[in-house]
Ligand binder design. Structure first.
Ligand code: ZN
Length: 325
């Protein structure tokens, strides 16, 4: 056994299905080439994470893997021996016609999974659903966007057509698996007004079905990236604005940039620090509803006061002191 899938997903051996799923989601999001870049290291890591999840999320495959893992722990020597025989056989044109005894020399893994594959061979089986995440900005959420995403998918090997062998030897392209993992590119249209954590389903774009079964679906969870300037809460957009003390005391008019352009905002006299002002209709639009922008006022003490301005503050202090006395 070459890979420790538990280690790859960074979880203990006795994790629940939910824990496995959560660990996978977290890592898949972090190592997704759209997020982490397209370097070969990232792609290899991402592939490994998906591979680990594919095994550990499938009840039957996981049970086999756990068994094999336990077995490997005390018989790594035998496994190595078997691998050697396997390599010798790859040049044998009659390899396909293996006797049960020879079959035992095949890849440790193939053997382990064969029993179950054999049972499933006749009935159509729906492909696995794939889950992934897409991150968009608040601006994209409000106005809609098209995102290009690359998903790792299993496809029938084009070299051997899924037959696993070419001219009597193991297919060099898929190494005898009959399938290969490739990145498929999608242009995903994200509608205007999408909410955080909404799911977009791409029908039949998941893993391929087996024996004529339908393909799985691809589910994309939308994550609206909260920027320093904006946060979202349902259809509302939250934003902090800074005003000068004299504007807070005397009132005034300021310009606020919203997702639909600049809006003039009237500040009432005696506005308090932390006061919230609602800009109706400046939030996220969805179906027939539209949210508001809620600005929180922050009174900012100017740091670059001129001598003249400081004089005015001193006068103000004198006036106040007289009031107290
Ligand atoms: Zn192949």
């Amino acid at each position: 056994m070459t890979k420790d899938y538990y280690k790859i997903l960074d979880i203990p051996e006795f994790s629940t299905t939910e824990e496995i799923k959560n660990a996978y989601r977290k890592l898949a999001r972090k190592w997704h080439p759209d997020v982490a870049g397209n370097s070969s290291d990232v792609i290899a890591r991402f592939k490994e994470i998906n591979e680990a999840y594919e095994i550990l999320s499938d009840r039957i495959k996981k049970a086999d893997y756990d068994k094999a893992r336990k077995f490997y722990n005390y018989s790594s020597y035998n496994t190595q021996k078997e691998t050697k025989s396997y390599n010798k056989n790859t040049t044998n044109p009659n390899f396909k016609e293996t006797t049960p005894k020879e079959e035992k020399r095949n890849s440790f893994w193939e053997d382990i999974f064969k029993t179950h594959k054999g049972e499933e061979i006749k009935s159509p089986k729906k492909g696995e659903d794939i889950y992934s995440d897409v991150e968009i900005s608040v601006f994209e959420a409000v106005n809609g966007t098209t995102k290009v995403i690359n998903m790792l998918q299993t496809q029938i090997c084009p070299k051997c057509g899924g037959r696993k062998f070419v001219n009597g030897t193991i297919c060099p392209s898929c190494k005898g698996k009959g399938e290969i993992s490739v990145y498929k590119r999608f242009n995903v249209k994200i509608p205007a007004g999408i909410k955080n954590l909404s799911k977009i389903r791409l029908a039949e774009e998941g893993e391929k079905g087996k024996n004529g079964g339908r393909n799985g679906d691809l589910y994309l969870t939308i994550h609206i990236r909260e920027t320093k300037n904006y946060k979202t809460e349902g259809l509302n957009i939250l934003k902090d604005i800074q005003i000068a003390p004299e504007v807070a005391v005397l009132g005034g008019e300021i310009t606020v940039s919203t997702l639909i352009g600049n809006v003039s905002l009237k500040i009432s006299p005696k506005t308090r620090n932390g006061q919230k002002i609602r800009l109706a209709g400046c939030g996220i639009k969805q179906n027939n509803k539209v949210g508001d922008m809620i600005v929180t006022v922050e009174i900012q003490i100017p740091q670059d006061l001129t001598e003249e301005e400081l004089d005015l503050y001193r006068k103000l202090r004198q006036l106040k002191n007289r009031g107290v006395v």
